[in-house]
Design a protein around this ligand. Structure first.
Ligand SMILES: CC1=C(/C=C/C(C)=C/C=C/C(C)=C/C=O)C(C)(C)CCC1
Ligand SMILES: [Fe+2]
Length: 291
């Protein structure tokens, strides 16, 4: 976005530096990565989704409680529909989710040249697959049949390689592209290379994507206090629910249960992010029209 504050780049770069430093002494296994993922996304990631209702209000007139209820029902209904679609067609659903996520994340570099915007979008999902293809494939295998999961991870790795080569060439030959976006994407690649895929995702999602969305949303929505209270409340409920869920999971120690909890976390996240992505993309278009 035009006038994106520079402190956001610093927050991201410093977070990556600290986490990469910490990863030399502590390399978490998948269960620990999940234990880190849920509260981090709840504390730093979800608030950007919790602003969706006020954002919707700035886009459409949601009159009275009926208007609000209609929006919430549509939002949750769409998420439930997507969970059903995922259960019936897990393979195509995973592909659609990855493509839509890349498009959504490319919005983080909306104020930059078209090409760097797209290399950034592809890098967000392709970079971890390029360096840790096997690990990404095994996470995807919780979400879709194994051959599809493998294929998706390989395709992501190839797209990541393409995006990396293309952006390096672009930045080398076009000095005008040596912008803040180029620095952020460089940091993103370092994070993806050095960190486990989920840890990389936590750092990118929480300290760049979410911070950027959150700052834009808070600038434009009305009733900031009320919206912030809803966002904090939602995060607290999610944190409590996830801790209780994990405590039960650890106690029971059942392998199948662990798998189903993983599926609930990822498919639930995927389903909730689709109505969020549609809304945010509309919101970003509106912001662009205003400028
Ligand atoms: C599961 C998974 C990945 C993809 C996550 C995605 C695609 C998340 C999208 C979230 C969205 C779109 C949030 C919107 O605000 C990675 C990074 C490849 C690493 C391996 C595990
Ligand atoms: Fe988002």
């Amino acid at each position: 976005m035009t006038g994106t504050p520079l402190w956001q780049t610093w927050v991201f770069a410093c977070s990556v530096l600290i986490i990469v430093g910490a990863s030399f002494v502590f390399q978490p296994d998948l269960t620990t990565q999940l234990l880190m993922l849920v509260p981090s996304v709840a504390i730093l990631g979800l608030p950007h989704g919790a602003f969706d209702l006020p954002i919707a209000k700035s886009l459409w007139p949601l009159n009275g409680w009926r208007g609000h209820a209609r929006f919430v029902l549509l939002y949750i209904g769409l998420a439930v529909l997507l969970i059903c679609i995922w259960i019936v067609f897990p393979g195509p659903a995973l592909f659609a989710f990855l493509i839509y996520s890349g498009v959504h994340f490319s919005g983080d570099w909306e104020d930059t040249s078209g090409t760097l915007r797209w290399t950034g979008g592809i890098a967000t999902v392709g970079a971890p697959a390029l360096f840790h293809r096997e690990e990404v494939a095994s996470i995807f295998a919780y979400l879709a049949p194994e051959p599809t999961a493998n294929f998706a991870a390989t395709l992501l790795a190839l797209s990541g390689a393409g995006a990396l080569a293309f952006s390096v060439a672009l930045i080398a030959y076009q000095p005008s592209l040596r912008t803040r976006a180029a620095v952020e994407q460089g940091v993103l690649w370092i994070a993806a290379a050095c960190l486990a895929p989920l840890v990389y995702f936590i750092v990118y999602f929480c300290t760049l994507h979410s911070v950027r969305h959150f700052t834009d949303a808070i600038t434009f929505i009305e009733h900031k206090r009320q919206a912030t209270r809803v966002a904090v409340g939602l995060s607290i409920v999610t944190i409590l629910a996830s801790f209780i869920g994990f405590a039960i999971m650890q106690k029971l120690g059942a392998d199948d249960l662990k798998k189903s909890v993983l599926q609930i976390v990822f498919i639930g996240l995927a389903a909730l992010t689709v109505p969020h992505m549609i809304l945010i993309d509309r919101f970003q278009r509106k912001l662009k029209d205003r400028q």
